[in-house]
Structures are given as C-alpha cells and as structure tokens.
Design a protein around this ligand. Sequence first.
Ligand code: MLC
Ligand code: AMP
Length: 507
Amino acid sequence: MPNPLYDTLFGCHAGKTTPFLYLADGTAMTHAAFLATAARIAHALTKAGLEPGDRLAAQVEKSPEALALYAACVQAGIVFLPLNTAYTTDELTYFIENSGARMVVCDAAGEAALAPIAERLGATLKTLNADGGGTLTDKADAHPEAFPTTPREPGDLAAFLYTSGTTGRSKGAMLTQDNLLSNALTLRDHWRFTADDVLLHALPIFHTHGLFVATNVTLASGGAMIFLPKFDLDQMIALMPKATAMMGVPTFYTRLLEDPRFTRELATHMRLFVSGSAPLLAETHIQFERRTGHRILERYGMTETNMNTSNPYDGERRAGTVGFPLPGVELKITDQANGDTLPEGEVGQIEVRGPNVFKGYWQMPEKTAAELREDGFFITGDLGKIDEDGYLHIVGRNKDLIISGGYNIYPKEIELVLDDQPGVLESAVIGVPHADFGETVLGLIVPEPGATPDLDAIAEATRTALARFKHPRKLLVIDSLPRNTMGKVQKNILRDTYREMFTPATT
Ligand code: MLC
Ligand code: AMP
C-alpha cells in the first residue's frame, strides 16, 4: 500500500455518501465530502511549498475543516503537529521553533501575534477559523477534490505531539504511521466498533484521546461521530440518544452524573462508554453503573504510546483498574533501581513495548535514551502493579505530573515562572484533589527574606507565560519547603498538608 495510514483510515471511504460527521447545527458531512475537503487542503499545502516530512503546526478550533487538515497532512505525507488552543504565544513560539515547522495554521484572532514569530522562523502562516474559513481554506476551495496520495512507509512520521517533561521543557513525541494505524485497528476490534457506530465526540482534537483514539477508531470502522466543538453538558444530554458510544475523560463522567437529566433511560441504547487520560475513581465507576446500568470501560495510554491497556469488552470491567495489555502490547512491572521485572502484585514502574510505542523525542537523543530502552521497552513514568487476575492497577506516578481534567501539567514549568518573580525565593507547585478536574494546581511560594511577594502580579505573570489550564488556582505564601536529607522538596508532604484545599470543589 502506498500510504498505509491514509489508505486504511481515509482512502477506503472514497466515494461513500455515508454520514461521517454530525454537527451541532444539525447538518451532516459525508465521508466523500470530508475527503474532498481534505484533498483540497492537501493541494493548498503542497502549493505553499510543503514537502513530505515537513512539519505543520496547527492551533485551531475544533471543526470539520480542522479534522480535514489532519487528513490532508496524512495524505500529503506532512507531519501533523496539533497544539492546544489554550497555549499562549510564548508557549507556541517554543513549539514552532523546536519542531522547525514550515507552516503554522492558526485562528485569525491569533494571526497578528504569530506573524512576527512565523516570519523570524521562516514558516508560512495561514489561518483556519472555527467556521472553517480562513486563508488556508479560502485558497483550497479552488483546488480539485482529489489529491494524488503521497506514498509513505509504515515507519515514516505521521505526527508530533508535544509532551512536557520534569525539566519543564516540552518534548516532541514522534509518532509513525504504524504507531497510529496499529493502535486504531487494535482498538476498533477490541472495542467492537463497526460502521453502525455513532460516537459522541466532545473531546479536543489536539491530543491523543480525541484525535488518535476517538477519531481514528471511528475512521477505521467506517462509523460516524457527533462532532461537538467542546464538552457542553446540555448538548451531551440532548444528543446522547443519537449516539451508540462515548469516549471521555473522567470529568465528563462526573459532570454527567451531577445532572439529574442524565438518566438510565437516556443511556439505555448506548453500547459503550470509555474513560481514560486520567484515573477514574472507583466511586464514579460504581455510581455510573447504579445510574445507567453501564460499566464504564477504562483504558490506559499516553502520548508516547497511544493506548496500552484496556478493560475487557466482554468480561469484568474492574473498577479502579485499567485492565489488560492490548493485543500486541507487552507490559511489565520493573524495579526502578535495576530494571528487573518484579513478581506479580509488587508495585514498580510500568514499561511497555509494541507497535504502538513512539519512535523517540524529536532531536532529543538523550531524553529518548533515558526513557526508551534499546530493547524497545518504554518506561512510562507511571507506577503500577498487576493483580492475581492480571488486571493492571495504576497506583501512582514516578514523574512529577498533575492531570487536571485530562490535561497534563508539569509543575516544573510553572515553578520556573514563579521563581522568576520579584520577592520569590523559591516555589513548589503541587496537584491537589478537585471534584471536577480530579486534580488542580496549587502554587506555594517562599518569599525572599523580608519580602512580601505581590500575588496579583505573580498571577498576572503566569497568565502571560502559561495556558489557562496550567494557572495555579490558588497561590499561598509559606515559610519554607519541606526537604529530605538530600535537599529534595518533599512534595508528598505538601500534598498531604493541602489535600483538602479544593474539596468540595467550587473553583
Ligand atoms: C478548561 N479549564 C481548565 C481545564 N479545562 N482548567 C484546568 N484543567 C482543565 N482541564 C479552564 C477554562 O479555561 C476555564 O477558565 C476554567 O478552567 C473552567 O472552564 P470550564 O468551562 O469548566 O471547562 P471546560 O471548557 O468545560 O473544559 C473542561 C474539560 C476540558 C474537562 C471538558 O478540559 C476537556 O475537554 N478536557 C479533555 C482533555 C483531553 O482531551 N485530554 C486527553 C489528553 S491525551 P476560566 O478562565 O474561565 O476560569 C492523554 C492520553 C490518554 O492523556 O491516555 O488519553
Ligand atoms: P499524556 O502525556 O497526556 O499522554 O498523559 C499520559 C498519562 O496520563 C499517563 O502516563 C498516565 O499517568 C495518565 N493516564 C492515562 N490514562 C489513565 C488512566 N486510565 N488512569 C490513570 N492514569 C491515566
């Protein structure tokens, strides 16, 4: 096959007038119309000088055209780099520079701020707005609705997704055609997706969950999606009767459960509810079953690996676990000190190997070597154990990471901003329990001797530097940070001290 990812997910739907996207305004887009949009965009990209292997960075609102941009990149062999719409200009500059993107696509509202950056870095800047218009698609409309698909090998790069690290510097995870394709086909079969499915899609499409899990699985099965711009409780409740399946982060489930309109009747015809990206509390799982009769299927994955494990489709979906390794994925629990495999039931680092595991971090051979072993096992940074029935339990993280509403937040990145502020001697950023987001960000500041840091000014500085979801929901001034004998800040002590700060959640 000339381009396995394109041919299997997209090309196979050529000429089909079956619905692919049901939109919030009540209209629908067929597979054929979607492919034509993608082909036109592919022409626009190549016309602008992009070549196979070039990177295209996109910070665009969720729309059919934004999804078609992904398809266009796959068809033209361009590496797609989707970016969170919440990122600030400071954050975007790093991604564009680090990836060496040759084209940047943004909303018209962001054009003025990005233009000088794109120019300095030698990238072409195009716009794509939430309504599908913009300089990218306006031009594309004039192009033919068929595009000669660029041949690709399974090992060729298809996408970069940036993921932060413990040092605060984001790393571009390089995902190949085969990483994405193998996982999509495995999940389609494992979760029994068919052309009859209609997936309620309210996730963002700039992360693994919404793009590579939800969208690719739907494409691989020939089904359709109710494609909502974002999670909106009223819309979810209104449209659920038209869906057969839903995928979401735990916040989706807790928000649905809080609404009395979300009844057993509303969910009765649904075939499958999948949760992931953050831990689903066993309590939520149980409450959901009581309300609807459905057992949520929890799975475990990450940017670097797509999906690794899943609870079974048939058989017991065990609350508080993420199930078994997916077909083709090897998983082991190892000793942090020497990498030896630990006996069943012991807690250690989770390592995975399989066709789903990424190729490494873009231009960061040392970071790649530190996490991706030569034998192909990837050290996930998550801690877990396997129970006597083979279910994987995630019991913690070996990486300093906060997951808020399914978004990953690396404390170091925020601490670097806080430490830079006048009157601040040092800081520690921790995640504390939050009823809506699972965890939320708390910033602890130690002032310089005699100084009184201006917390409003500090909050303002975080607003310029960091995306909204990373902002500490509260800043507290404390005398000192607890340290162990090696001088390392003991965040576990801080987490224990402040664990009730946001529960019950109001912010
Ligand atoms: C929005 N805000 C958040 C936030 N989302 N703050 C912290 N954490 C979040 N996740 C901000 C908003 O900007 C807003 O700011 C305020 O918080 C309240 O917003 P809201 O209206 O309540 O939020 P909403 O827009 O409804 O979004 C919440 C959400 C959304 C949970 C629906 O964050 C979401 O769709 N999350 C999914 C993330 C995801 O796809 N993760 C997958 C990663 S892939 P203000 O200024 O108004 O106060 C991965 C691999 C895998 O992890 O295994 O899947
Ligand atoms: P990301 O880097 O956004 O891909 O996030 C991946 C991380 O999310 C994993 O390393 C886990 O820490 C976490 N994660 C994903 N799914 C689950 C889950 N079902 N339960 C607990 N943590 C999860």
